[in-house]
Design a protein around this ligand. Structure first.
Ligand code: ATP
Length: 196
């Protein structure tokens, strides 16, 4: 479904990724594990079009993907970035609606994701920045889903969360995958990543 071939990227003289190749099959959850600074986030940003790779290509559904952020989202690939990057001064619902900016059915889909994330429904008028870390991570994932992706790129969704909350997030990832969305997961928590 998504084929990454020989991807390389450097920040000036610092080579962050070199010759990375892999294939994500339809319906699959694939995990990329690695220590701090191994280049995982840089790889995700290259696929999402936020960094321009020096070399290599990403093919999606057999075609070369134009690596600009809006095209990548239009094609059905969405990044949930490390650190969540929710809009802290907007409400939960406003965050979700922005995630579905290009989604014609966004009003309907907000309700759909409220069913999947009841905690977000309870807090729909709350300022997003006042929620707990786990709730903010749920919001970041739900906001990503609002773009109707076929592939979700999840960058360290367990970062900074308590173990019980990490379990919740992992079961959410499983249920997203059961709905037919392929997942590329970046994790430092190798145990959890391998379990999934
Ligand atoms: P972490 O698990 O800590 O998020 P990571 O595996 O995602 O790490 P990256 O964030 O991709 O790793 O970083 C890869 C390398 O590139 C590191 O050596 C890092 O210091 C360097 N790097 C990352 N961002 C920049 C930047 N904006 N400018 C210069 N170097 C950077």
């Amino acid at each position: 479904m998504m084929k990454v071939e020989n991807l390389s990227f450097s920040y000036g003289k610092i080579q962050a990724i070199r010759g990375v190749s892999f294939e994500l099959k339809e319906g699959e959850i694939m995990a990329i594990v690695g220590a701090n600074g191994a280049g995982k986030s840089s790889l995700m940003k290259c696929i999402a079009g936020l960094l321009k790779p020096g070399e290599g290509t990403v093919c999606y559904d057999g075609k070369k993907l134009e690596l600009t952020p809006h095209r990548v989202v239009e094609q059905g690939i969405c990044l949930v970035p490390e650190g969540r990057w929710i809009f802290p001064n907007l409400s939960v619902e406003e965050n979700l609606l922005l995630g579905g900016y290009t989604n014609k059915n966004r009003a309907r889909d907000v309700e759909r994701y409220y069913e999947m994330f009841p905690r977000l429904k309870e807090r729909k008028r709350q300022r997003a920045g006042t929620m707990s870390g786990g709730e903010q991570q749920m919001l970041a994932i739900a906001r990503g889903l609002m773009s109707n992706p076929k592939v979700l790129l999840l960058d360290e969704p367990s970062l900074g969360l308590a173990p019980l909350i990490v379990n919740d997030i992992m079961s959410i990832i499983r249920s997203i995958n059961k709905e037919g969305i392929s997942v590329l997961l970046v994790e430092q928590n190798a145990r959890k990543a391998l379990a999934i």
